[in-house]
Design a binder for this molecule. Structure first.
Ligand SMILES: NC(=O)c1ccc[n+]([C@@H]2O[C@H](COP(=O)([O-])OP(=O)(O)OC[C@H]3O[C@@H](n4cnc5c(N)ncnc54)[C@H](OP(=O)(O)O)[C@@H]3O)[C@@H](O)[C@H]2O)c1
Length: 229
């Protein structure tokens, strides 16, 4: 069902890019926000931050789930959809930064990172893409269906001391490119936010507030695969 109510789903909610994008996007367009991360206590802080920034008009639902567990993720998203409706915008932001030196890094850690960045993204895209396409078809002027993924320069410029994150980010970007080629013609904005360096509140360019502002500008235009920040 198409309604005026607009939901933003943030997969990988945290105090950095996740919070900055959630608060800015909610203040500009979304009256419903779903926040997914593993830690319930941190999610309450993220919820409070969005409510404080946007005010009483926003409804925020938090869902504690490890997205590497499809059963837990599916249950969380079922609850979110029932409470606030399926999202018009999916912001996929989860990752962990863990040093990975050759060959001290257990292969299980690579597989865990693949589950966060690739398997969980596949699960989320599979779940919501039909809905996003239906929104695009229903009213392309009123709806802005989107799947936006936070990425980095690692796919193009791997760092050997972070080889595991580099390789999973490369795989993730490759999948998002294929999704873009398949679903952009259907009217869904599928793209990556390429944060090309370390995020810090003190960095004049790559601070969460500026990253969110640049992400919003890029999203508003809605045509380009990538924004580089
Ligand atoms: N920070 C940087 O310097 C930097 C640089 C370039 C690109 N990026 C990209 O930016 C994105 C993250 O932004 P951020 O670093 O500012 O972090 P953030 O938005 O502050 O938080 C991301 C959140 O993802 C959640 N998460 C991680 N693993 C998860 C899992 N298995 N299941 C559910 N949630 C999970 C974590 O919460 P829980 O621990 O509670 O699960 C974490 O707080 C990533 O895609 C990263 O690759 C970051």
């Amino acid at each position: 069902m198409i309604s005026a109510s607009k939901t933003l789903l943030v997969v990988g909610s945290g105090p950095g890019i996740g919070r900055a994008v959630a608060t800015l996007f909610a203040s500009r367009r979304y009256n419903n926000v779903v926040l997914v991360a593993r830690r319930a206590d941190s999610l309450e802080a993220e919820k409070a931050a969005v409510e404080q920034a946007v005010g009483a008009q926003v409804k925020v639902k938090v869902c504690a789930a490890d997205i590497t567990d499809p059963v837990s993720l599916g249950k969380a998203l079922d609850e979110a959809d029932a409470a606030l409706g399926k999202p018009e915008c999916v912001f996929f932001n989860a990752a962990r930064v863990l040093p990975s030196a050759f060959f001290k890094h257990d292969v299980k850690e690579i597989e865990y990172d693949l589950k966060i960045n690739v398997s969980a993204l596949y699960f989320v895209a599979e779940r919501y893409m039909p809905h996003l396409v239906s929104l695009a078809k229903a009213d392309p002027s009123a709806n802005k269906p989107a799947l936006l993924v936070t990425s980095s320069a690692l796919p193009m410029h791997p760092i050997p001391q972070l080889f595991a994150l580099s390789l999973v980010k490369a795989a993730q970007r490759n999948m998002v490119q294929s999704l873009n080629m398949t679903y952009a013609p259907e009217g869904v904005h599928v793209g990556v936010i390429n944060v090309a360096g370390i995020v810090s509140p003190d960095d004049p360019e790559r601070n969460p507030t500026n990253i969110a502002a640049k992400t919003w500008e890029w999203f508003e235009v809605g045509k380009q695969f990538e924004v580089v920040i």
